[in-house]
Design a protein around this ligand. Structure first.
Ligand code: PLP
Length: 404
C-alpha cells in the first residue's frame, strides 16, 4: 500500500472519533467566546503598556477570561512567565515553605522539574531541597493514580501534591480528568489544607473541562497559546494560591498588580480564541500518526480508541536511525527551517541527549508540529502539535516514505 493510501484508510477508521473531537471543539469554542463577550473584549484590550503596568486592562481582562475558561477562581497569564517549567516552578516556590514536603503523585515529574526540586543538578542552585523542602514520590499503578498510596504518603509535612496530566517523555497514557479529579477529592477529604497542583502542559482543551485543581500551570507555547501567542505562561486555580504564586513572580505585597507588556496582548487573546480549534487539529494529527504507524507495524501510544488527554503521540522506532529519520522528515516538512537537519544534543535541563524537530513560527513552540525524542532505547519519538491537520498529514506521508 502506498503511504497516501495508508493514510486514507486510517482516516476512514478515525472518522467517528474525529466527529467526537469536533463536538468537543464546538463546546469549548462557545465557552471561550462567552468569556470574551462577558468581559466585553474590544480593541483597547490589545494595546501595549509600559512602565509598571498598574491597572493594565489588557492583562487584567485576559486573566479574568482565563479564569472563566478554565473554571477557576483566578488566573495569572503573563509574558513574564517564560515557559511551562517556569510556571510550574513558580507554583512550587510560591506555595512551599522550609520544612514542608512536596509529594509527586504521578511518579517522577517532568524532567525539567528535577533541578527545581533538587533531585538533580548542583547543590546551592536554589532548588527546593536547598531551601529545606522535602520531596517524596508515588508511582502510578497500572497507568493510573494510586490513591491508596497517595493517601498513605500524605504525611503532616506534605503541603503540595503534584500531578502531571500529560505523558511527558514517558510511555504511558495521559491521566484522564476524571482520574485526576477523583484523586483531588480523596486528597482533600483527608487533608483540605493540601494544595493539589496539576502540571497541565499539553492537556488544555483536549477534554471538555480542565482538572479541578487548586493550581494548574502551563505554557502559552503549547495548547492555550493556540499557535498565535508569542510567548508566555499561565497559572490558574484558587485565589489564595494564585496570589501566592504572583508574590513569587514579582514580590510579596506587589504580586500581580504590576507587569507591563509593550508588545500588547493581541496575540494572547487571539491565540486563546483559536486554541480549541488548534488543539482539535493537533489531537486529530496525533490520532492519525498513531493509526498510520500502528498499521505500518510500529508500537504506538496511545492506540486508536483510547481517550486522549494530551496532544502527544508516542511512536516506538526500536532503532536510533529510524527515530532520527522520522524527526528529520518532520523538520523537512516544516514551514520554517525546512532545510535544517536536526541532530541529537545535550539540552539544558534534560538527562539524555535529545533530538528535536521544530520548524515553527514561534521559537520551539510545541503546539506547532514538532517531535522530541531522548536518544535511548527503545527509541521512542514523541510527536505533537499542528496548526493545521493537513500539514501534519503531508509530513506523515513523507515520514512513512522515508522509513521504508
Ligand atoms: C512541556 C512540558 C513541561 C515544561 O514546559 P516548557 O514550556 O517546555 O518549560 C512540563 N510538563 C509537561 C508535562 C510538559 O509537556
Amino acid at each position: 500500500m502506498d503511504s497516501m493510501e495508508l493514510i486514507r484508510a486510517s482516516e476512514r477508521e478515525l472518522a467517528p472519533y474525529f466527529e467526537k473531537l469536533d463536538e468537543t471543539e464546538l463546546i469549548l469554542t462557545k465557552r471561550v467566546l462567552d468569556a470574551f463577550r462577558e468581559e466585553r473584549v474590544s480593541q483597547r484590550n490589545f494595546a501595549g503598556t509600559t512602565g509598571y503596568g498598574y491597572d493594565d486592562i489588557g492583562r487584567d481582562t485576559l486573566e479574568r477570561i482565563y479564569a472563566r475558561v478554565f473554571e477557576t477562581e483566578a488566573a495569572l497569564v503573563r509574558p513574564h512567565i517564560m515557559s511551562g517549567t517556569h510556571a510550574l516552578a513558580l507554583c512550587l516556590y510560591g506555595v512551599l515553605r522550609p520544612g514542608d514536603e512536596m509529594l509527586a503523585a504521578s511518579g517522577k515529574p517532568y524532567d525539567t522539574l528535577e533541578e527545581v526540586i533538587g533531585i538533580a543538578g548542583e547543590k546551592g542552585a536554589g532548588s527546593l531541597a536547598d531551601m529545606g523542602i522535602g520531596y517524596r514520590q508515588v508511582e502510578l499503578k497500572d497507568g493510573k493514580l494510586d490513591i491508596d498510596a497517595i493517601l498513605a504518603n500524605l504525611t503532616d509535612s506534605v503541603k503540595l501534591v503534584e500531578i502531571q496530566r500529560s505523558r511527558g517523555y514517558e510511555w504511558r497514557d495521559a491521566l484522564t480528568v476524571a482520574d485526576i479529579d477523583s484523586a483531588i477529592d480523596a486528597i482533600h477529604a483527608a487533608r483540605p489544607d493540601v494544595c493539589v497542583m496539576v502540571d497541565n502542559c499539553y492537556g488544555e482543551f483536549t477534554q471538555l473541562h480542565e482538572p479541578k485543581a487548586d493550581l494548574m500551570a502551563g505554557s502559552l507555547n503549547k495548547n492555550p497559546g493556540g499557535g498565535i501567542a508569542r510567548t508566555g505562561g499561565y497559572v490558574a486555580g484558587k485565589e489564595k494560591y494564585v496570589k501566592l504564586v504572583s508574590y513569587r513572580l514579582t514580590c510579596p505585597g506587589v504580586g500581580g498588580e504590576i507587569g507591563s507588556h509593550p508588545a500588547g496582548y493581541l496575540a494572547m487573546y487571539q491565540g486563546l480564541f483559536m486554541a480549541p480549534h488548534v488543539v482539535n487539529q493537533a489531537v486529530k494529527a496525533a490520532a492519525l500518526a498513531g493509526e498510520v504507524f500502528a498499521r505500518a507495524g510500529y508500537r504506538v501510544c496511545p492506540e486508536t480508541g483510547s481517550e486522549r488527554n494530551d496532544i502527544i503521540q508516542a511512536i516506538e522506532f526500536d532503532d536510533p536511525d529510524k527515530l532520527i529519520a522520522f524527526c528529520r522528515a518532520i523538520q523537512r516538512n516544516s514551514p520554517v527551517d525546512s532545510d535544517a537537519v536536526p541532530e541529537p544534543w545535550d539540552m539544558p535541563g534534560y538527562r539524555h541527549k535529545i533530538i528535536m524537530a521544530a520548524g515553527t513560527f514561534m521559537g520551539g513552540a510545541s503546539i506547532e508540529l514538532s517531535c522530541d525524542a531522548p536518544i535511548k532505547p527503545p527509541y521512542i519519538g514523541y510527536m505533537q502539535g499542528a496548526l493545521t491537520y493537513d500539514h501534519v498529514k503531508l509530513a506523515i506521508e513523507d515520514a512513512l516514505d522515508s522509513l521504508v
